[in-house]
Design a protein around this ligand. Sequence first.
Ligand code: NAD
Length: 321
Amino acid sequence: MRVLVVGGAGYIGSHMVRMLLTSGHEVTVFDNLNTGHEWAVPDGLMVRGDLLERSSVNRLFAEHSFDAVMHFSALSIVPESVTKPLLYWRNNVAGTLNLLHAMLEHGVDKFIFSSTAAVFGAPEYTPMDEAHPTRPITPYGKTKLAVEQALADLAGAGQLSSIAFRYFNAAGADPGGGIGEAHDPETHLIPVVLGALQAGDAKVTVYGNDYATPDGTCVRDYVHVNDLSRAHLLGLDYLAGHPGAHVFNLGSETGFSVLEVIAAIEEVTGLKVPYEIGPRRPGDPPVLVASSAKAKKELGWMPEFADLKETIRTAWAWHSA
Ligand SMILES: NC(=O)c1ccc[n+]([C@@H]2O[C@H](COP(=O)([O-])OP(=O)(O)OC[C@H]3O[C@@H](n4cnc5c(N)ncnc54)[C@H](O)[C@@H]3O)[C@@H](O)[C@H]2O)c1
């Protein structure tokens, strides 16, 4: 298939591009390089542009033909979304609407969207399945839910078939090397700790140790970036036979506390992680763990990286290189 990967220069998108190419698909990347990297995109695939510029988006669709679109681009730093909500609503919602508009104009009717566990808000039960209430508590989560709702309306009107994949915490790097997680600023636990180990002098802050969890620190579900990409490949096939708007939760279905992640990193790297306990961050739920039973049953998705240490090993190999 001819697949447009929006945000394909970013962390998850660049892994997706690599997997699509390996699977024989034709790929075009559209990215403004706001948080992405040109080096993460193979030569000849990149169209540099911003979703907020409708003329650039329209030109992209006028000059290329696509069978499907995968949409990874977004601003995704949760605390920043609280202080700069308009920036997030513009980029994540208005930008996505420009993309959807161009798709409809050009008769492209298959769409895969990067949603997030942040659409749920505070967990009412875990593991969280797709039926869990969606009451996002941050502007970031609200922008993602707004797009999910637009997708449901477009499917209702018979204009677009879509999948929204709600990722829990993406982690790791392609064992093939050359690409990995390189956000700036980095706010995700595993790369923050690995970066601190490399810097040699930086101390990691653990945000809160008084949560109602076994060791008091927040529990999260880490899913390997290549496993997320594999779900998207299965999603392309699924959309061919299943019109409508679908949502799937993607996680490893196992929770690890911040201190357990730090212990796993110490084991993988053989290095001691210096850390201090800081205050809680607003909007951090104590536990976020996915049920991915629906993706397993309907898509036949089976994560290959079942072991957190394996995932950390791939991230450490990327950081070390
Ligand atoms: N990383 C995670 O753990 C995680 C978890 C849940 C959901 N998500 C979602 O997955 C997606 C990918 O996340 P990531 O970690 O790879 O992020 P990332 O920041 O590495 O990648 C996003 C890419 O989109 C591009 N981009 C942003 N705004 C754009 C615009 N207006 N026009 C064109 N390009 C634009 C950026 O330059 C970047 O290359 C995001 O939508 C994010 O919200 C990520």
